[in-house]
Each structure stands twice: as C-alpha cells, then as structure tokens.
Design a protein around this ligand. Structure first.
Ligand code: F6P
Length: 529
C-alpha cells in the first residue's frame, strides 16, 4: 500500500479502454485542458477521466502542495538537505514586492545586479566584441544555451558560443576561428569549483593571452563565490553574483542568463523574466483544477507512478527548442531522480521518469517507429506554436502543425488489423501473405500524449514555458516526497574522478581499484602516446 495504490486500482480497471472513446460524450477537449495566459495545455488524449482526475487532484491536497509552494515563495529553507531556501522565483520578481529571506528583503540586491547586467550588456552590444563564449556546465550551460537558441529571432547582439565538456575537443573547436581580441569569455559557475569549467576557463585564458586578447577586460564571472573569482583574477566589476538559494538548474533568470541578455538586449531579457513571473503568479493563484503546473505534474504522476511508464518524451515541434529536451532532462532528472524521501525513508514507488526527446519533425524519422509500434508505451509531450517567425515560409509552419497534430492523433487512434487488412487487400494481396503483411502495418494506438500550444515563441512565452516546467518538477517532487533541490547523486562520480586523475596521469599507482577499472586503466596506458 502506498499513496498511489487507490489510483493504481482505478487505472487497472480502465487500462484497456479506448482513449478515443472518451471523446464520445461531453466536451472532453475543453474539460481536459487548461489555459495560463496565452498557453494551452491539452491533456485530453490521455486515459484520465473525471474519476481519475479527482483522485489525482486529491494528491495535491494530501501532499500539501499549496503549503509547500507557499513556503518556497516565502523563502523558507525547503531545501532541507542543504539547509537552503529556494528562491529562483525572486530573480524574476521584476515588478513584485519584497521577498524576505532570514528577515531580509532580497529584492534590492537582485534588482541592482540586474541593472549592472543590463548596463554591461548594453556596453558589450555597443562595443567591439563580436563573439561571446560562455564556459559552464549543467545548469550553467544548458539553460543559457537553450534560451539563446530558442530566441534566435531576437538575437541582435554578438554571436554566442557555449563550451561545457572537459573534452578538449569542445573548447578547441569553439575557439578555432575566433578573434581573441574581440571575444568575451563568460565563466559561468555557481560554485566556481567545477573541474570541467575551471579547466576550460584556464585554457581559454591561455588562448586569449597567446592571441593578443586582454583577459583582465575580456573575462567575466557569474558565480556565488566571489573569493574564488578573485583568486582566478577576475576583477570584481566584471563579476555578477547570486546567492546559494538559486539552484544551478534554476539559474538562467539571473547572472547565468547574461549571454542571453547580451544576445537579445536587456529589454527582451526583461520580457523573458516577466513571462516567468506571470507563470509564478498563475501557479500561486489558480485553483488546482485550473493550475497548469499542477495539472502537468498530475499527468506526469499518472503516466509514471500510476501507469508505470518509465520514460517521457519531450517533442517540441519547434526547431529553436531543439535543446529543450536536454534542458528538461537535467531539470527533471537531477531534481526528482532520487530514492530517498524527505524524511530519510526509501521511496516505496518509482520516482522521477527518464526524460528524453528531440524536435519534430526530425524525431519522426528517427525514433517514432518505436513510439508507435514498439512494445513499450512512451507518453509523448508535444509542443507547437500557432505561428513561426518566418512569415515568408508560412507554408512550412502549416506543415509543421499538421505533422504535430497528426502524430498525437495517430498515437491515440492507431490502425486495427481489420483496417490494415483492407489496405493490403486493396493492393491485391490475399490469404496468408495478406495477413502477414497486414500485421506489420497495425498500430496499437491508445498511446497517450499531451500538447502544449502557444501563439509564438517570444521571450515572454519562453519565460512562461520554462517556469511552467520548473513548477511541474516541484509539484511532482512534493507528491513524491522528494527534495527536488539537492543533487547528491552527482557527488560520488566527481570524488572518484578526482582520485583517478593522478592514476591516469601516471603520478600515482592504481591501488584499491576493481578488476574492470584496473584492466581499463591498463589498456588505456598501453595505447596512450
Ligand atoms: O552536476 C552537478 C552540478 O552541480 C549541477 O547541479 C550544476 O548545474 C552543475 O554541476 C554546474 O555547477 P556550477 O555552476 O557550480 O559549476
């Protein structure tokens, strides 16, 4: 018995029912969708009915989601394993009131940093810098890289590049062809200790010195750790700080978003923040049955914990959201990929799902085969704008929309053996061969999907969408009893890499390692130059 047992029983009773048949009565499209501002979330192509919905909504009550949400916005230290508040929402509270943390209003410092960022971005945009290289990893890379690509139609500043991997190929390929005299390097690291980022930052500095650039003028740091940025030699006037109550994967709204601000300008960046702020307001004010982040979370819980589908595909029909699946992968998997609940007990159910995806229509020609006919059910989360940014190519966008809607319809509708047999008969096949060929053309259908639609991917809308997913992850985490804001699971690998480094370099003997690691070290040593 666990908190999902009742829902699992309900689901079991209806699991073979046709989703399509749920549209026979009433107005399911409207009843199983929600709107927040201009964004529509349609979850009618799922097997959730009113009974299931009420039971899911009850989870919001029984899990105290509203109280946890209010505690988060109020600056309580809800990240209990790190003893920290969770206040990335304050970074976008651009025209809101005070936000108190430990009895102090955090807004003046946030607004001052935002103003400094704006002045700096304006200076860079008006100056001689042609290229910006953001060096960071995880949240210090995925967020800014994703939003810069997403908002490329608004990009009127210097070119932006992103280096994350410690693999020297990444920085070498990025710096090749850049002019060190007109390149700005942004070292983005909350902790300023991350080995990949610090290694790349030192390499970039050496490159700049070797090629006539001036790191004192052309290096910027985004970090919570000013002593460490000082040690690295970055002038405090070129450091944009934030507090430890902003989690790395939630940090794009503040200094970590500097590359975006330089790319699109402070005014458009403010629109991005205002979009997120409007989603925050919706999340705090809307009743659960109309609350988009809560509904998105409940659909996630339904598919993952209730139906047992282990993965979730994010499928933006928006080429510029090409990096959103990677971004959401960190947001969701680093936040809710945990086994220990807040009270220290082991979760008696599966927790966060595997998140993956790629933009449509590309994915259609790669992995949709499995989504349609494979043995596993994969809930699909489609996204589509009503308009593209290329009016002269409107026919492309109409095709994109048609494909997006066709996929969710095909997943739900499927194709029966009878329909497939008729198709084969029309081609002149008969008997056993008709039957054999028809079976390959059957689509089981009844595969669930949701669709998020919005008029236009502008800065405001992108802000809304990211904040929507952040809150979705939070609500899922609360229901799962998980602290979504720590990430202890990344520590062990980092520790072992540190202990392996001198062994790989040959300055220490390999002792205490398992047989597989020893054999791999041996093979690599034999084949290294
Ligand atoms: O992978 C762990 C992690 O701490 C992420 O949570 C974070 O986004 C990333 O590393 C980068 O950290 P930092 O910004 O401190 O360099």
């Amino acid at each position: 018995m666990n908190k999902f047992s009742d829902l699992i029983r309900k689901q079991d009773a209806v699991k073979d029912r046709s989703i399509l048949s749920l549209f026979d009565n009433g107005n399911r499209g409207a009843d199983f969708s929600a709107q927040a501002g201009d964004i529509l979330f349609d979850f009618s192509k799922t097997n959730i009915d009113f009974d299931a919905m009420n039971a899911l909504l009850a989870l919001i009550e029984t899990s105290d989601v509203a109280a946890r949400r209010d505690a988060m916005f109020a600056g309580d230290k809800i990240n209990e394993t790190e003893g920290r508040a969770v206040l990335h929402t304050a970074l976008r509270n651009v025209d809101g009131g005070a936000v108190m943390m430990d009895g102090k209003d955090v807004m003046p410092a946030i607004l001052e940093t935002l103003k400094r960022m704006g002045d700096f971005a304006d200076k860079i945009r008006a100056g001689t810098i042609t290229d910006v290289v953001n060096i960071g990893i995880g949240g210090s890379d995925l967020g800014p890289a994703m939003v810069v690509q997403a908002l490329s139609p608004y990009h009127d500043g210097p070119r932006c590049h992103f280096v994350s991997n410690v693999d020297g190929a990444h920085i070498a390929d990025t710096l090749r062809g850049l002019d060190a005299k007109t390149t700005l390097v942004i070292v983005a690291s909350k902790t300023f200790t991350t080995i990949e980022t610090m290694t790349n930052a030192r390499t970039a500095r050496a490159w700049m010195l070797d090629h006539g650039g001036d790191p004192a003028r052309q290096f910027v740091a985004l970090s919570t750790a000013q002593e460490k940025t000082d040690d690295f030699g970055i002038d405090p006037s070129q450091v944009f700080g934030f507090e430890d109550w902003v989690g790395g994967r939630y940090s794009v709204w503040g200094p970590i978003g500097l590359s975006l601000m330089i790319a699109i300008g402070p005014r458009a960046f403010h629109a991005f923040l205002r979009g997120a702020q409007s989603m925050d307001r919706h999340f705090c004010a809307a009743a659960p049955h109309e609350n988009m982040p809560m509904l998105l979370a409940l659909v996630g819980i339904w598919h993952n914990q209730i139906c047992g589908y282990a993965t979730r595909a994010v499928l933006p029909y928006d080429q510029r959201l090409g990096q959103l699946p990677d971004y959401l992968q960190q947001l969701e998997m680093e936040s809710n990929g945990k086994s220990t609940q807040m009270d220290g007990t082991t979760a008696p159910f599966n927790t966060g799902p595997v998140v993956w995806g790629a933009p449509g229509t590309n994915g259609q020609h790669a992995f949709y085969q499995l989504i349609h006919q494979g043995t596993r059910v994969i809930p699909c989360e489609f996204m589509i704008a009503a308009n593209g940014h290329e009016p002269e190519l409107a026919h492309h966008h109409k095709l994109l929309i048609a494909n997006c809607l066709a996929q969710s319809e095909a997943l739900m509708r499927g194709r029966s053996l009878q329909e497939a047999s008729q198709m084969m008969a029309a081609k002149g096949l008969t008997g056993a061969e008709l039957d054999r060929q028809a079976r390959h053309r059957v689509f089981p259908g009844n595969r669930p999907s949701t669709t998020l639609s919005y008029p236009w991917l502008d800065p405001f809308t992108l802000g809304q969408i990211i904040a929507l997913y952040e809150h979705r992850v939070f609500v899922e985490g609360v229901i799962l009893g998980i602290n979504s804001y720590d990430q202890w699971g990344v520590e062990l690998g980092k520790e072992l890499a540190t202990s392996l480094q001198p062994i790989v370099e040959g300055s220490e003997p390999a002792v205490g390692k398992d047989g597989s690691t020893m054999a791999l070290l041996d093979f690599i040593a034999k084949h290294a130059d």
